[in-house]
Design a protein around this ligand. Sequence first.
Ligand SMILES: [Zn+2]
Length: 311
Amino acid sequence: MRFNPKARLDRSRVKDVGGSRGGGLPGGSSRGLPIPGGMAGGGIGGVIVIVLIFVLSQVLGGGGGGGGLGGYTTSRISDAQDTGRYDGCETGADANENPDCARVAVENSLTDFWDGELGGKFEAEGALVTFTGSVNTGCGTAGSEVGPFYCPADTSIYLDDGFFEEVLARQLGGPRGGFVEAYVLAHEYGHHISNLLGFFGQVRTQQGPQSDAVRLELQADCYAGMWAKHATQTEDSQGEVLIAELTEEDLDLALEAAATVGDDRIQEKAQGTVNEESWTHGSAAMRKTWFATGYQQGSLDACDTFSVPRV
Ligand SMILES: [Zn+2]
């Protein structure tokens, strides 16, 4: 992945809140993370699984309907909490040099792409927030064991600093490289798109290979593929294309990363056996398939994982 060195970056939605702040939650401290039985303390087994349960518990417990837009604005990350980590990220040239700035650039490309795709239905995500240790969000306090996640209550994406190296690469044996993070960000952004389009309200069944929870996750993978397909044609508000080049290798990294976080792979690593009935995100094969579907077909309709009999 190479960025257009002349393109300007928009840092307005990308924040870093640094290390753990402690303290209570804006919305009350009772919103703990429900940890599924048998997964508590299981390290990598819990990482990805908890994310969805966490998100769903917010959606399903948060007044129902099509996601939690609005009403939680007080919990949004304020500028005062920002460490200034991204202050030096100004151009695509910075993104080519510095992984922090590449994160800003990928966020910008995702926002530009989905703005064009959704038109009047589009709203940018609240923020993309990086943290170390733990973070207070509109969905409660989250620690790094949660892995990257989207919080529908504040429409923000949260990303722990250690996830890519410590969890994805070392614990799960996944790939390393710039496009691995781009895939994960695109997946989380995909959850935001599902939220905007009202799909969160369709989630009833939460576990199993054909469950609504898995369909929501595969939809996010499909949306990630959709963005990847169009990324090198997506223009910013100045008419500049931000992502100048994506290679076959980048796409392979995305597919490999998608497979690494498949439920079957994680279960094999964590417990040595695979139990389909507890799946929340889909198998490695399913995740690759849906990323590829989004990439090849490149349309919202093709990513309607809720309307197909089997995903
Ligand atoms: Zn997800």
